[in-house]
Design a protein around this ligand. Sequence first.
Ligand code: GEK
Length: 244
Amino acid sequence: MSEDTIYKADTGAEPFRFNDKVAAVFPDMLRRSIPGYAASIEAIGSLASRYVRAGTNCYDLGCSLGAATIAIRQGINKAGCRIVAVDSAAAMIERGKKAVAEDESVLSVMTDVDFVLGDIRDVEIVNASMVVLNYTLQFLPPEDRDPMLQRIYEGMNDGGLLVLSEKVIDENPHMEKLLADLHHEHKRRHNYSALEISRKRAALENVLIPETVSEHRARLQRAGFSHSAVWLRYFNFVSIIALR
Ligand code: GEK
């Protein structure tokens, strides 16, 4: 796995972008930056075994290198399914295709994966029994999040499952500061320097816009999801499951 050294260099005031440099070190970046990332991927595999119905579609929206796609594919135990993996970064899609092709795990059924280079706001969602937004919604402008969730809901079958993982903020400024400090310490433990951490934070400003857990759950309810629960929380990173 190539080490993420991107913010060892002074990148000036350039906002964070999902370019080739990022894609090349992405597994290391996610592993060291997102507390709970590995747990989210593992659970997505188990949830796919439980929720994906025969002859339906699964969507991995903002698939990056296909880690969740691979977990879904490994978890599916029903025939005639299809996984649609979407990302707007060409560098991610290229590497994601390769990662899926090279995955040598033993599959209980063979499921085709369609990689789509495009914006998740433009993708048609139909006949879905599982949709995954693993740390992706946070990159959409807030005003586009309700319509996105609404379209996902409408494209899902009854009983279908949405996994929504996000960086969040806390309503309570005191707790927000503590959780942000704990995340900072987590990154220090994973060998990012204080300078790298502050450069990355500046680059993500206005690119990754976090909301509170209550805002996410209220949006899910507005979209029509009948049940939702936080199943994973590690500092200021959560994963929510919602059922149609
Ligand atoms: C994982 N889910 O490994 N349309 C399509 N893709 C987008 C859009 C958009 N509007 N905005 C951002 N992306 C993955 C990790 S990373 C999380 C997801 C992170 C894509 C972007 O190109 C990137 O690949 C991904 O969403 C977010 O489980 O970097 O913190």
